[in-house]
Ligand binder design. Sequence first.
Ligand SMILES: Nc1ncnc2c1ncn2[C@@H]1O[C@H](COP(=O)(O)OP(=O)(O)O)[C@@H](O)[C@H]1O
Ligand SMILES: [Mg+2]
Length: 214
Amino acid sequence: MIIGILNQKGGAGKTTLSINLAVALKRADQRVLLLDADPQGSALDWSVARQQALPDDTIECFHIPESDLHKRIEKYRSDYDYIIIDGAPRVTDLARSAIIASDIIVIPVQPSAFDIWATEEIVDLIAEANQLKNIQACFVLNRVTKRAAISKKVADALSSHQLPLLNSQLSQRVRFAESALDGLSVFDYPDKRNFAADEITAIKNELLELGASL
Ligand SMILES: Nc1ncnc2c1ncn2[C@@H]1O[C@H](COP(=O)(O)OP(=O)(O)O)[C@@H](O)[C@H]1O
Ligand SMILES: [Mg+2]
């Protein structure tokens, strides 16, 4: 199964979600490949940092920021249970290729007007690709602060796109930012109550359910 984490907007949380989802799936005994489709190579940098930090718990990562990714990815498909594409912002050709490559697309979006409006670009590209191939896509909220106060408004705003919004979401947490710096995921801490890890696990489970229905 190929999961594309995509949004044309930079800073939406694509890399944060990609790397943590990769670790979540690996911890669930799945064979996982992280595919960094962003020329910036942040997921690759993270995987290299991880190799040094946790040499016994690495995440395999290839950097393929190319517009023929959908063709190149096919040869990896049979070697992995899940391939996670960490998408590039802005570049339309890269987005088109990543969309075509994916079985499920997750669009992380911050609950602000500007971020919600900016999703139009990726939604339009997905609609275009849907004419060639049936693609399941959904939104997931990231960096949520006051859940109750805004969630209905945000859900209403996103619903105009007719893509589902996952029930699970990621809160604004320093842990997401600081873990990545050291090549870690939110799972790599001994906390008794690990809220960040619980959020990623919930998203993983919801995605696996979606995937099972494909
Ligand atoms: N839920 C979150 N809580 C705190 N910081 C976050 C969260 N999600 C993302 N960030 C931070 O926001 C910045 C942008 O996130 P990133 O995953 O790199 O976005 P993208 O890959 O879409 O450009 C990074 O510095 C990241 O650490
Ligand atoms: Mg990124």
